[in-house]
Design a protein around this ligand. Structure first.
Ligand code: SUG
Length: 448
């Protein structure tokens, strides 16, 4: 049996972090549109969470931000001339497009990719498929650089297999690990991969939301499962409840989270809860531990409370067998129903024994909580030894990255600042230095 652990790779917030209201269906993004942001505080809030988890003994990695504003996309869309002229013209002719190519949205690395650990795959390698994020233009331009950064982090092809994103059309809308959970007894053993989708693309008669988009399709999940070489009897699909998508649950990780032998979810999260439970229990079979289904009833915590507090956008981390800690955003502490529920949860019989609260307000104001900010990668000891060591959080990297943020980041950014050519220069200088700190090579177009 392989001894393995779960690493969390968090997205480092980029220098252009801002609030542009780009995500229709994401309540926080729409509500905070046009508010000034603080990129420096955002990056530091993320670093504090990463360092705290590393200090708790978890393997914590960092994924670098992308080049923004993304001038190559503006050139592809017909803008030409110097970079400064392109920014000026885009601001005049298409300000929302400029905001879209300037978004720091790659910070939410739960959407970076779907990852299948080696315990689940037919060739016993860890498989990565970057998500095409096709439903939102500002996110659809992430997958190429995401793929390059994942390859620079997990480069040894003896252990790691990298796929390109799925075709970039709605039929294969893929939001990555935000809609994917893995259950297992031990991280190195065969696990159950649980894919949650918002709609079926090739079946117009199947249920789908009416008001907000379903970003992720069943067909995308099936394609990822095929590519990664997963065993059919260890894959479970479940449809999100269309009415929670219409209430603002744009990813399943806003209403459910799972880890090892625990599934923590809201009563209204799934279209067919009984089937979800039965399918997971059947796939679980007679594994050595008991599978815990922790269902939060609507009369304890409403769907609105979930969306406002991000209760389920939490990190469920194992400290040992049947001993988990739940990492939640500060908004949970400020919501009476949620905080009351959490206190009763840790006092009860579930494996969740402790709550840790983090201030992630800068990210939360765009709809990104603790779970959005991390990509989980279960790794055996040999795989862990094969990853790029400069991406792993420790005292040295924490100091280096804080100093780097202090040197390069602004503490206030308005949408109009995105046209400032100086911001582009600052961002490129910052990222150029970062690729050296993290030993990534030339992952950005401006470096080639
Ligand atoms: O895709 N927000 C992101 C939030 C992603 C959260 N991720 C998970 N739930 N895993 C999104 O909607 C807002 C950008 C803006 O409006 O400026 C944004 O992209």
């Amino acid at each position: 049996m392989n001894i393995a652990t779960e690493a969390n790779f968090d997205g480092l917030v980029g220098p252009t972090h801002n609030y542009s209201g780009l995500s229709f269906g994401n309540v926080a993004s729409l509500n905070n549109s046009a508010r000034p942001s603080n990129p420096k505080a955002a990056a530091k809030q993320g670093l504090v969470k990463m360092k705290a988890l590393a200090d708790m003994g978890f393997v914590q990695g960092v994924l670098a931000p992308h080049e923004r504003p993304h001038i190559p996309t503006l050139r592809r869309l017909g803008f030409s001339g110097t970079d400064a002229y392109i920014l000026e013209q885009a601001a005049k002719q298409a300000p929302k497009l400029l905001a879209a190519v300037s978004s720091a949205s790659c910070m939410w690395t739960a959407n970076a990719a779907t990852v299948s650990p080696s315990g689940d795959t037919s060739d016993k390698r860890v498989h990565f498929t970057p998500a095409n994020l096709v439903n939102k233009f500002h996110r659809s331009i992430e997958h190429e650089t995401t793929g390059a950064i994942l390859q620079a982090t997990f480069s040894d092809d003896k252990h790691f297999a990298h796929h390109p994103a799925l075709p970039s059309v709605d039929h294969f809308g893929d939001e990555g690990a935000a809609n994917h959970t893995r259950f297992c007894h031990g991280y190195g053993e065969q696990g159950i991969e649980f894919f949650v989708y918002g709609m079926e693309a090739f079946n117009y008669n199947a249920p789908h939301p009416a008001k907000f988009p379903a970003r992720h399709t069943l067909e995308a999940s099936q394609a990822v499962a095929r590519r990664h070489g997963l065993s059919a009897d260890q894959v479970v699909y479940a449809q999100q409840n269309p009415s929670v998508i219409d209430a603002g649950v744009f990813h399943n990780d806003v209403i459910a989270v799972g880890n090892r032998n625990a599934h923590f979810y809201h009563q209204e999260a799934f279209l067919d809860t009984a089937k979800m439970k039965q399918d997971l229990l059947t796939a679980w079979g007679d594994r050595a531990s008991k599978f815990h289904l922790i269902e939060v009833p609507s009369d304890a915590v409403s769907v609105q409370d979930c969306i406002q507090s991000y209760l389920f956008n939490s990190q469920l981390l194992s400290r040992g067998d049947d001993d988990m800690v739940l990492v939640v955003p500060g908004e949970c502490e400020n919501n009476t129903a949620v905080w009351t529920y959490l206190n009763s949860l840790v006092a009860g019989q579930s494996p969740i024994n402790e709550i840790k609260v983090f201030d992630l307000k800068q990210s939360m104001s765009n709809g990104g909580g603790p779970a959005c900010l991390r990509l989980r990668v279960a790794l055996t000891q040999a795989e862990q030894a094969a990853i790029n060591p400069s991406t792993l959080m420790n005292n040295t990297l924490f100091e280096l990255l804080n100093t780097w943020v202090d040197k390069h980041y602004r503490d206030e950014l308005h949408e109009k600042d995105l046209a400032d050519p100086q911001l582009l220069i600052e961002s490129r200088n910052a990222l150029d230095e970062l690729t050296q700190i993290m030993n990534l090579g030339s992952v950005y177009e401006f470096q080639r």
